[in-house]
Design a protein around this ligand. Structure first.
Ligand SMILES: NC(=O)C1=CN([C@@H]2O[C@H](COP(=O)(O)OP(=O)(O)OC[C@H]3O[C@@H](n4cnc5c(N)ncnc54)[C@H](OP(=O)(O)O)[C@@H]3O)[C@@H](O)[C@H]2O)C=CC1
Ligand SMILES: [Fe+3]
Length: 428
């Protein structure tokens, strides 16, 4: 993924896919599926809906309940089904059962064998399921794909959830066939290269927010630091020096003082790497040299940092609005009113204070508004709806076309992109 670039697709080499599925040829070849479980059923439903004829190969075809598969799907023994399949076969069973299929080598020879299985362990370092399947069937053309799509998403026709399927194979022609099939099924096929990348593809569904770990850790440490500082300054020190009991402030006021500080520091962390990158380019006298890895990594986390800053700022706004609802505020107001009555002051209006608080609140609300705009446009689904010129204008305030600047280079090198973006501006 081009680091630091939220508008480029999640993965490289994505094929352009029209919104509507391509009209599938009614004379499509028959697709075979080995296994009659959940995934097999969902695949069959989707393939039939897309105009394909489907044969399912089961160990016990007679035991498959009526109505489990859509009308028109043939339920046969594994061998019969493979004989009836012209080109593409999905292996919809668990990898530990692949060895039971070796008897079908002769009928699978020359066919495209699609491995849809998932890994059970992340970064195991062992050969992928697809690589093991390719070893078992050297005469078949093994393609990895569809494992990132759940059986449920397959059945609902990719209208909900992710539409991306990652596909890899050492056989370009076989890969093209499966990519075309995925397109007919309304999925966004992404060519991930050779079968070696199937390890990465199998790991993909196991990853939990891979790009959020660093930004979340930074936010957590900042919260810890500022909360500790505010606790020392506003609660512990007054207690130790004057015996003043401010411990009631811990759940609300101290948190509310912590949040804006964290939000501002994180926001600075969003823009800082862009400045450093620009400075580095100036020092080097060229924008075509590579950034150090850590800077590239940091630039690639700007969106996450920006969204976390927005979260803290939003929470600060909500906390601030709730401050007056507290019992503590009500008691303080009553005390102030009582003191005022005792002092005989009728009118306590202080023009400077009134202006100060109104201006303060107004800037806070406007700041939050701008941050909201940045956060919303940084979301890929929203950003993709904007033209490049609109996106850059919202994020940087610069009109790129007026300045004679161009679109990002169509570079397959992720670093090339972040280089370019650093030179263009300071967006998330
Ligand atoms: N379910 C999901 O959402 C997803 C599943 N996948 C992958 O799809 C594959 C199938 O998953 P799923 O359909 O959910 O699993 P199921 O357990 O529902 O189905 C597995 C099928 O494998 C067949 N099979 C063939 N040989 C054997 C054997 N020796 N022992 C046991 N079963 C055998 C069986 O069909 P029969 O009895 O007819 O031979 C069985 O129905 C897995 O590799 C999984 O990782 C990937 C993404 C999502
Ligand atoms: Fe504030």
């Amino acid at each position: 993924m081009p680091l630091g670039d939220m508008r480029t697709p999640l993965l490289s080499n994505s094929f352009d896919v029209p919104e509507e599925p391509l009209p599938c040829d009614p004379g499509n070849p028959t697709v075979g599926i080995l296994g009659s479980g959940d995934y097999s059923r969902s695949l069959a439903v989707r393939l039939v809906a897309c105009g394909y004829r489907v044969v399912v190969g089961s160990r016990n075809p007679k035991h498959i309940a009526i109505g489990q598969f859509p009308d028109g799907v043939q339920l046969l023994t594994q061998r019969e089904a493979m004989v009836g399949t012209e080109k593409v076969v999905f292996a919809a069973l668990y990898p530990e059962h692949y060895h039971t299929l070796v008897g079908l080598r002769d009928v699978l020879a020359g066919k495209v064998l699609v491995d849809v299985s998932n890994a059970t362990k992340l970064n195991s370092g062992e050969p992928s399921n697809a690589e093991r399947l390719a070893e078992l069937f050297p005469e078949s053309r093994v393609v990895k794909g569809f494992n990132v799509v759940s059986a449920w998403a397959l059945q609902t026709g990719a209208h909900d959830g992710s539409r991306q399927v990652l596909i890899s194979s050492d056989y370009p022609e076989a890969k093209r066939t499966v990519i075309q099939l995925a397109r007919c099924m309304s999925f966004l096929a992404v060519d991930m290269g050779g079968l070696a990348s199937s390890r990465h593809i199998e790991d993909a569904p196991l990853r939990l927010f891979p790009s959020w770990g660093g930004p979340l850790m930074v936010t957590f440490l900042l919260i810890l630091f500022f909360y500790g500082y505010n606790f020392l300054r506003g609660v512990l020190m007054p207690y130790l020096s004057r015996g003043q009991n401010n411990f009631y402030q811990l759940p609300l006021e101290t948190v509310n003082e912590t949040l804006p500080a964290v939000a501002l520091v994180i926001l600075a962390l969003v823009y800082l790497p862009g400045l450093w990158a620009a400075a580095l380019q100036l020092v080097r006298g060229t924008k075509y040299s590579r950034f150090p890895g850590w800077l590239d990594h940091w630039m690639g986390r700007r969106k996450q940092l920006g969204l976390l800053s927005f979260l803290c700022a939003g929470l600060h706004a909500v906390y601030s609005m709730c401050l007056t609802l507290r019992k503590a505020s009500q008691y303080r107001l009553l005390d102030a009113a009582y003191r005022q009555v005792k002092a005989g002051v009728e009118h306590s209006w202080e023009e400077t204070q009134v202006w100060r608080s109104d201006l303060y609140l107004s800037s806070g609300i406007l700041g939050l508004g701008v941050l909201t705009l940045l956060a919303i446009t940084s979301l890929p689904s929203v950003g993709n709806a904007l033209s490049w010129r609109e996106f850059t204008f919202v994020q940087t305030g610069k009109d790129t076309s007026r300045l004679g600047e161009s679109m990002p280079p169509p570079s397959s090198d992720p670093r090339g992109h972040s280089q370019w973006r650093a030179a263009q501006g300071l967006e998330w």
